[in-house]
Write a protein that binds this ligand. Structure first.
Ligand code: RNT
Ligand code: ZN
Length: 422
């Protein structure tokens, strides 16, 4: 363990080094402390949820690994989340899925869920000062097994899912009202064809109709914000996805919604970072599902890499922190799930800190002057700057473990708690 004295001394050195570049580390840290990350509940149980629908994980989603100790109940999931939040600096949100409803053992069809099925979550969120975000669950369900939900040609299937999404928007509104800050409710559907379809248009026309019906219900935007999430392909929908990027970009712009960009939902060499500035010209707000695809939309734990830094830089450089909602979306069942939350969220925050420590005005001036040499030199210099010392100091001042000191805590919890779960 590094001593508090050493952390403070390192920070002093870092503060001076950044000041020499015209960067105020204190300002960066106070901004960072106010950025909420919406942590996804579904890393805690491999996207399992609490229902017994008779359907396995569907919608082309796949988790691999069988690390012991996944949460089986709401109480276990909340307890695991409490540990993770305690290891992450700052105040953060929780991103819930409808399939995490707690119905007291009584099966409630998804089109009939209401706020009462989330009372434990709301009480917990209130107590711990977490905002809540929400997602209808249109997969892992018998009525999603055809591969089509909101764009199904079967009117009754479509109607069921429309009702589910309306119910979810109302739940989102309830979350926002009760907790005093808006809930982002994000619609993602798995709809698509494995093999080449003849008709790419009709499902999209049906999807527009379904979404319009869902949004026709008046929900107060002070409490609930609607987002839609596109995808390029999925397992089982390799040839065609109804809700493509172009589809939802047009839909979000024409309806004034949030567009959700999932980092794993584009071509493997395409990054979402460069989309942010363009989309913010047309949309008020964006939602991000920060994820990490490895060769495909594999949803690996987010790490501190170039893609992540580019996302953070685009948000910070464009002063869009209040317009971009940052959510995480990954699920790794092969490692300790609490560590997965902790590592991914801390990496996201580190990337934001790195971006907040850039001498942006100076860099812009080099660019405007055509001095691309100085711009490149500065970018490279920044990578070696002591941002890690600023991060350690931040963790210390937020009362969370510094460096890797969160690991022994997670290991102890694994021994005492997770290993007892069957
Ligand atoms: C799937 C989407 C979607 C899900 C979650 C569980 O490809 O990314 O966001 O991961 O809703
Ligand atoms: Zn996603």
């Amino acid at each position: 363990m590094i001593s508090e004295k050493a952390i403070k001394a390192q920070y002093e050195y870092a503060r001076e080094s950044y000041a020499a570049l015209g960067v105020d580390t204190e300002a960066a840290l106070s901004t960072l402390a106010n950025i909420p990350i919406s942590i996804h509940c579904w890393q805690g149980d491999d996207v399992g949820g609490f229902e017994d629908t008779g359907s396995a994980l569907g919608g082309g989603l796949a988790t691999t690994g069988n690390y012991p100790g996944k949460a089986r109940t709401g109480d276990e999931l909340r307890q695991d989340l409490d540990l993770a939040y305690g290891l992450i600096p700052g105040k953060h949100r929780l991103n819930l899925h409808a399939m995490y409803a707690e119905t007291g053992g009584k099966p409630v069809p998804r089109n009939e869920i209401g706020p009462e099925h989330f009372s434990n979550w709301v009480a917990w969120a209130k107590e711990n000062d977490h905002g809540l975000d929400f997602n209808p669950s249109l997969f892992s369900h018998p009525l999603a097994e055809s591969g089509f939900t909101l764009s199904s040609h079967d009117q009754s299937i479509r109607e069921f899912w429309i009702q589910h999404c309306i119910a979810c928007r109302k739940i989102g509104e309830y979350f926002g009202k009760t907790l005093g800050n808006p809930c982002v409710t994000n619609i993602w559907i798995p709809d698509g064809y494995k093999d080449i379809p003849v008709d790419r248009l009709s499902p999209r026309e049906r999807l527009i109709d379904s979404l319009d019906a869902i949004l026709a219900v008046d929900i107060d935007p002070r409490y609930n914000l609607d987002a839609v999430e596109s995808k390029l392909f999925g397992i089982g929908s390799e040839s065609y996805v109804t809700g493509s990027h172009e589809f939802y970009m047009g839909y979000a712009i024409t309806r004034g919604l949030l567009l959700c960009l999932d980092a794993g939902h584009f071509h493997p060499t395409e990054t979402i970072a460069d989309k942010i500035s363009s989309l913010l010209l047309y949309l008020d707000e964006l939602l991000l599902h920060v994820s990490r695809g490895v060769r495909w939309d594999s949803d690996h734990v987010v790490i501190y890499n170039d893609d992540l830094m580019a996302i953070a830089q685009e948000i910070v450089r464009n002063q869009a922190l209040n317009r971009v909602h940052i959510g995480l979306d990954y699920f790794d069942a092969s490692i300790n799930r609490i560590a997965a939350w902790t590592i991914g969220t801390r990496s996201m925050l580190q990337a934001l800190l790195f971006a907040l420590l850039e001498p942006i005005d100076q860099l812009r001036a080099y660019e405007m002057a055509g001095d691309f040499t100085q711009r490149l030199a500065t970018f490279e210099h920044l990578k070696g700057m002591p941002w890690q010392a600023v991060w350690d100091y931040y963790c210390l001042s937020q009362g969370v473990p510094v460096g890797m000191d969160y690991m022994p805590i997670i290991k102890a919890y694994e021994r005492a708690e997770l290993s007892q779960r069957e």
